[in-house]
Write a protein that binds this ligand. Structure first.
Ligand code: CTP
Length: 252
């Protein structure tokens, strides 16, 4: 198994009261606003009148599951010649195993991703405690069937490709240390074709498609309301049944 077991600590304190998080997948093309949608959902859920222990809502990026590159691949990546938008760029097994651990109510540590060095930042890890809601966002979170099946709710952030490109270019230059030539080469060679081949077709798996991304406050309000109903003790029976049956399947 690829997973680093040192990162997975059984949450013994909560053994008798293991929380199984409500796992939400958030897919969408690059720079579609996935992170902002997650942030807005987190803020709105956090504002609910909940007990402190019930308040945890956490968001994880699929980028934390990029596989480590060889020196030759790193050299290519520096010139925008590595395909970070292909499913093979990700460590599928580690992603699956980590989500399984999260669903079992275990504490997991996930490395952040350093886009400047194109590598995982193991010094800088996010600790995921058993939470009520875990959001998992990324371009290909619905691509891998085994992983797709773990989500209790699937959202697809659907933003026009010209808007996404207009956001991506300055972001990559200002925040990810890239130059314009490399950004455009990478976009035309890999990002756009991979979006069409691997990401866009996964829209059909979504429960909710969010047009215009994070600007769509009506959609976000509706989603937050729905999550609130599912998590509310004595909330919507149908939803709770659906939620429990997924849990049963995972826990068995
Ligand atoms: N990527 C990159 N270099 C790396 C790793 C990833 O350029 N070393 C790029 C990939 O080309 C991919 C993108 O990062 O298209 C994935 O991140 P993206 O979805 O754009 O970032 P988020 O902030 O999650 O997206 P959003 O703006 O939707 O919140």
């Amino acid at each position: 198994m690829d997973i680093d077991n040192t990162l997975l600590l059984p949450n013994s304190e909560h053994k008798s009261d293991i929380k199984t998080p409500f796992l939400i997948g958030v897919a969408g093309g690059t720079a579609s606003g996935k992170s902002t949608v997650c942030k807005k959902i987190m803020i709105q859920l956090g504002q609910a009148d909940m007990d402190q222990a019930q308040r945890q809502v956490v968001s994880i990026s699929q980028d934390s599951f990029y596989r480590e590159l060889t020196p030759a691949e790193k050299a290519k990546a520096k010139k925008g010649l590595f395909n970070f938008d292909h499913p093979d760029a990700f460590n599928e097994n580690l992603m699956y195993d980590t989500l399984q651990e999260i669903l079992k109510g275990r504490i997991v540590k996930v490395p952040c991703y350093d886009y400047r060095s194109n590598s995982l930042d193991h010094e800088n890890k996010l600790t995921i405690y058993p939470a009520d809601v875990v959001l998992f966002e990324g371009i290909l979170v619905f691509y891998f069937p085994k992983i797709r099946d773990l989500f209790h709710m699937k959202l697809f952030v659907d933003t026009d490709s010209d808007t996404r490109l207009a956001r991506r270019v300055p972001r990559d230059i200002n925040e990810r240390g890239r130059d314009l030539d490399a950004v455009l080469t990478q976009y035309m060679t890999f990002v756009k074709p991979a979006f069409e081949e691997f990401c866009s077709p996964t829209k059909k798996f979504a429960d909710v498609i969010i047009p215009r991304g994070a600007d769509n406050t009506v959609a976000i309000d509706l989603i937050v309301h729905h999550i609130g109903e599912i998590l509310r003790p004595g909330g919507s029976t149908n939803n709770l049944n659906a939620y429990s049956s997924v849990h049963t399947a995972i826990n068995n």
